[in-house]
Design a protein around this ligand. Structure first.
Ligand code: MG
Length: 257
């Protein structure tokens, strides 16, 4: 049961709407995410409580993941591993994370709300781990696309046919995306999976909707994000504090270096 909010879902929707209308430099990918999220806002807000809060991605080590029974980690990219639409992992923790991604102790994948072009770029930035993207056909069936370096499970023709028949990309938050990622990573039990990201409403909620665990990190290089995204981040943080409070982690364990 959610605590009563000073602003109800309708007011929140209006707030998002005013943000959308008021900004000049709108980001299309971000808009699609907001549009897909608004009808489920109440459900998403109730799933924004992360298992852990951490300052940044450098805090995550193979030992800590294994110690907590984690077999697979699903990563957000922008604001988690790099600045907004960066071209590599931030130098502050690049070497540590590159080593983590090839450590056989834990399997890794990327799940980003990026657009089609950025998806191809991510394949080049992270050749060592699968980049995942989901599409929903008009009949509701999900099609998962997996990119490993330059290899793509959907060829250009198959993708064009899929989009041509009306399929649309699925954005976080979506528990089904996490469950599909679990299948790709070969993990059966959701609590053996952790989603790591900088947003409550996309990364944390996706994990929670799938029964997986989550690590919420502070947005890395927030200064590089477009204004509409910064505003939506402020709104989701406010919602989180209203609903879950300041100490809103399921667990408070700090990772061991
Ligand atoms: Mg992010």
């Amino acid at each position: 049961m959610l605590p009563r909010l000073a602003a109800g879902p309708a007011s929140v929707s209006l707030l998002f709407g005013s943000i959308i209308k008021g900004e000049v430099a709108l980001n299309r990918d971000w808009l699609t995410t907001v549009r897909q999220s608004l009808p489920r806002l109440g459900q998403i807000v109730s799933h924004m409580r992360p298992t852990w809060h951490l300052p940044d991605a450098s805090q995550v080590s193979a030992k800590w993941l294994v110690d907590h029974g984690i077999e697979a980690a699903i990563w957000d990219v922008d604001g988690t591993l790099m600045s907004y639409h960066g071209d590599d992992i931030d130098p502050s923790f690049r070497d540590r994370l590159r080593a983590l991604f090839v450590d056989p102790a834990v399997r890794h994948a990327i799940l980003s709300n990026c657009g089609e072009e950025r998806f191809l770029v991510l394949g080049r930035i992270f050749p060592e781990i699968p980049i995942l993207r989901g599409y929903r056909r008009a009949d509701g069936e999900m099609v998962l696309r997996i990119r490993r370096g330059e290899e793509d499970s959907l060829g250009a023709d198959a993708l064009a046919a899929l989009l041509g028949e009306g399929a649309r990309s699925i954005r976080k938050p979506d528990g089904g995306l996490v469950r599909e990622a679990m299948t790709v990573l070969g993990v059966e039990k959701p609590h053996r999976v952790v989603m790591i990201g900088d947003q409550y409403m996309t990364d944390v909620a996706s994990a929670s909707l799938a029964g997986a665990r989550s690590i919420k990190v502070e947005t890395w290089r927030r200064d590089t994000f477009p204004l509409p995204v910064k505003l939506s981040q402020a709104v989701e943080k406010l919602l989180f504090l209203l609903v879950h409070g300041r100490s809103g982690s399921v667990q408070s364990n700090e990772p061991k270096r």
